[in-house]
Ligand binder design. Structure first.
Ligand SMILES: [Zn+2]
Ligand SMILES: [Zn+2]
Length: 150
C-alpha cells in the first residue's frame, strides 16, 4: 500500500515549507524526536489520515516538545500537538488538493491517550487510580503504606 497521492503531495509541500525540520519517509511508525539538535519527523507507513498524522508530528516539532516526566503531561503535549497541527492545516485548507481534516479521527486519537493514561494509572493490586509524582513514579494511596508518622 502506497501513501495516497493527495497525502504525499501535501506532506512534500510541508517539507518544502518547513525546511528547518527533517522529514524521514518510510519509518515503522509516526513519531517526533530531537536528534543532535535537529528536529526530525518520522513518517510511518501508508494509512488513512497519513497527512494528519504527519501534521501532528510536525505539531510536536513546532511546539518544541522535548520530554515529559509524567503521563499527565504527555496528555497535555498530545493535545497541544493536535492544536498546532490544526493551525498549520488551516493555512493549507484552501489548496485545491488539500487533504481533509477529520476531527473524529483526532478525537479518537485523544481518547486513545486518555484510555492509555487511565490503564497506566490504575493500581494492579486493588484497581484504585494511582497518583504520579514529579519523577514519573506511580503510587497507590491504598496499597502503599506511608504511615511513617505513627
Ligand atoms: Zn503525539
Ligand atoms: Zn492499590
Amino acid at each position: 500500500m502506497a501513501v495516497e497521492t493527495t497525502d504525499k503531495a501535501f506532506v512534500e509541500r510541508l517539507e518544502r515549507d518547513y525546511k528547518e525540520i527533517e522529514f524521514r519517509w518510510g519509518c515503522s511508525r509516526f513519531s517526533y524526536q530531537l536528534r543532535n539538535g535537529k528536529k526530525v519527523v518520522f513518517l510511518g507507513p501508508a494509512q488513512p489520515n497519513f497527512a494528519l498524522l504527519a501534521l501532528h508530528e510536525l505539531g510536536h516539532a513546532l511546539c518544541g516538545h522535548k520530554d515529559y516526566s509524567t503521563h499527565v503531561q504527555r496528555l497535555k503535549i498530545e493535545s497541544e500537538a493536535w492544536e498546532r497541527a490544526k493551525t498549520v492545516f488551516s493555512k493549507y485548507q484552501k489548496m485545491a488538493d488539500a487533504p481533509e481534516w477529520d476531527e473524529d479521527f483526532v478525537q479518537a486519537e485523544m481518547d486513545t491517550y486518555r484510555d492509555w493514561l487511565h490503564t497506566k494509572s490504575r493500581c494492579k493490586k486493588c484497581g484504585l487510580t494511582r497518583y504520579q509524582t514529579e519523577n514519573g513514579e506511580y503510587h497507590c494511596p491504598r496499597c502503599e503504606n506511608f504511615c511513617l508518622a505513627y
